[in-house]
Write a protein that binds this ligand. Sequence first.
Ligand code: NAP
Ligand code: MN
Length: 270
Amino acid sequence: MVKLKIAVVHNKTEHTLQITAELLEKLVAAGHTIDQRNPELVISVGGDGTLLSAFHLYSHKLDQVRFIGVHTGHLGFYTDWRDYELDDLIELLSTRKDESVSYPLLDVRITYRNGKPTKHFLSLNESIVKRTDSTMVADIYIRDELFERFRGDGLSVSTPTGSTAYNKSIGGAVLHPRINAIQLAEIASLNNRVFRTLGSPMVIASHEWIELRMQDSAECLVTVDQFQLQQEEIKSIFYRIAEEKIQFASYRHTHFWRRVRDAFIGEIEE
Ligand code: NAP
Ligand code: MN
């Protein structure tokens, strides 16, 4: 029997708390150890947002940790298991050798105007930079070459697994998570006879990088997944595919496009 060191991360809804208690009890009964500090496996209980939180809690140990998501609501994108399937899940954890799939992450580096040290983040979904009070002006460089001068509300850079989140809401493409790429999408770009942007989302290859050089000194709002960074005067943001990857324990396979259909389309009458 496989014995694992397991951490559990959950949200605070009443239903989740109940499922979490049940899960912990069953894991211990199956001989696994609950280890919140040095787990081999992190189980998130809640929604996709809960898995994002779990990722950020353990993002410094990505080479040692695999993730698995239990959804207490509808099925999510990072959450393969439903709350009524705990017994099946534990059975597989205890009997199967660990198989995992890994997906790309976004590497974010922010440099500031005031000479503050560069900040570095890993993102599982996306990073958004935007201005709410005035037009954001940023020069977009791809591989150190100026591509366009963007004017508009902002820009989003997303991972393949993040492509179904915020990226999709602003007209970005849904990418299969096996594609090792990142996507740049516009938020309300200004396009007229004077100002010109490409106007469509762009998918950047793995050997490329994107740099946004802010063209004025107004403060910008930057997000990394569910986090909002403090607004500051940003000089530039550098985006590329991270060297690190996130590993998901894959005890069973959910066909990606079926998941997309279930989440966004629903039943089709033939
Ligand atoms: P939230 O406000 O609960 O998230 C908004 C919705 O996005 C929730 O239904 C969430 O699922 C879902 N979601 C998260 N990651 C997803 C993914 N990779 N693919 C498809 N759906 C996904 O906030 P949150 O739970 O902390 O998640 C933060 C993420 O929400 C951000 O990274 C951003 O992508 C997304 N978001 C989107 C919009 C928008 O589309 N306008 C606005 C705000 C935030 P669960 O209910 O299962 O958590
Ligand atoms: Mn959520």
